[in-house]
Design a protein around this ligand. Structure first.
Ligand code: MN
Length: 259
C-alpha cells in the first residue's frame, strides 16, 4: 500500500484554517465560506499566507469510490499529482505578491495576461489545481441521478441523461493524449467541451469554448492506468457511476444567471 504522504499535512492545513478563522479573519471568511463563491470555487486561497492555495480536503475516503476508482489510484492522484500542482502553483506565485490575493478563478480567467515568466507554470499547475479541486468534489460514493433544474436542463439540451452520458463520455474518449472533458454552463446553457493538458474552460480564449465547468472528467492516464491500463472507455463507463449529482446540481444552480 502506498503511504499517505500528504494526508497529515492536509489535516494540518485544515487546522491552520481554523486558527486563521479564530484569529479574526471573519470578514474574509464570510466572503470565502458564506456565499456562492464557496459553492463555485474548487480551491481556496488565503491571501497573506505563504503557499496560500490549499488542497481541498478529499470529501470522502480514498477507498470510497471502489470498485470504480481503486484506492491506490486515489492515493497517487490526490497525494502526489494534486499535491504537486498545488505546490508548483504556490511556488510560481512566490515572487508575485500582487497575484497572491487572487482567486484561482481570477488567475485562470486572466491567464493570457499573467507575467510571462510564470504564465505557463500557472496555466499548467493552476489549471491542475483548479481542475482537480472540482474533480474531487463532483465525485462521491452516493450515486443518484440529476434532479431539479439540472435534470430539466439536461432533458432540454441533450434529450436525457443517457444521451448526456453518451455525448460526454464520447468527448472524453476522443481527447488525444492528456486532457479533460467538461460539462459547462455557457450563456445559461449546458455545453460539452474538452481541453488539452490541464487547461480549463475558465481560461477563455485558450480553451475551445469558455464556460463555467460543473462536471469534469480527467482523462490523463494517471487517473486510470493502474486499474484500467489502456482501456480508457472502460474507465469512463465505470467513472460515470461516481458522479455526485447533488454537487453538480448545486454548481449548475450557482451559474446560469451570471454566465
Ligand atoms: Mn489528474
Amino acid at each position: 500500500m502506498p503511504k499517505c504522504a500528504t494526508h497529515k499535512p492536509a489535516m494540518e492545513k485544515i487546522i491552520s484554517r481554523r486558527h486563521f478563522l479564530a484569529l479574526g479573519g471573519f470578514a474574509l471568511a464570510a466572503g470565502v465560506l458564506g456565499g456562492k463563491r464557496s459553492l463555485a470555487s474548487a480551491g481556496e486561497n488565503i491571501p497573506g499566507k505563504k503557499g496560500g492555495f490549499e488542497m481541498i480536503p478529499l470529501p470522502y475516503g480514498y477507498e470510497a469510490l471502489e470498485p470504480y476508482i481503486d484506492t491506490e489510484t486515489m492515493h497517487l492522484h490526490y497525494d502526489k499529482h494534486y499535491a504537486a500542482y498545488t505546490k508548483n502553483l504556490n511556488g510560481a506565485l512566490e515572487k508575485f505578491p500582487e497575484l497572491q490575493a487572487k482567486t484561482i478563478e481570477q488567475l485562470l480567467g486572466n491567464i493570457a495576461v499573467l507575467p510571462e515568466p510564470i504564465r505557463e507554470t500557472v496555466r499548467n499547475n493552476g489549471g491542475g489545481y483548479y481542475n482537480h479541486g472540482l474533480f474531487w468534489r463532483i465525485m462521491g460514493p452516493q450515486g443518484g441521478s440529476p434532479e431539479g433544474a439540472l435534470a430539466a436542463a439536461i432533458l432540454e439540451t441533450f434529450g436525457g441523461v443517457a444521451e448526456l452520458k453518451k455525448a460526454l463520455l464520447g468527448a472524453a474518449a476522443s481527447v488525444f493524449g492528456s486532457g479533460w472533458a467538461w460539462l459547462v454552463v455557457k450563456n445559461g446553457k449546458l455545453e460539452i467541451t474538452t481541453t488539452p493538458n490541464q487547461d480549463s474552460p475558465l481560461m477563455g480564449d485558450l480553451a475551445k469554448k469558455a464556460g463555467e465547468p460543473i462536471l469534469g472528467i480527467d482523462v490523463w492516464e494517471h487517473a486510470y492506468y493502474l486499474k484500467y491500463k489502456n482501456e480508457r472507455a472502460k474507465y469512463l463507463d465505470s467513472w460515470w457511476n461516481t458522479v455526485n449529482w447533488k454537487t453538480v446540481g448545486n454548481l449548475y444552480r450557482a451559474f446560469p444567471s451570471k454566465t
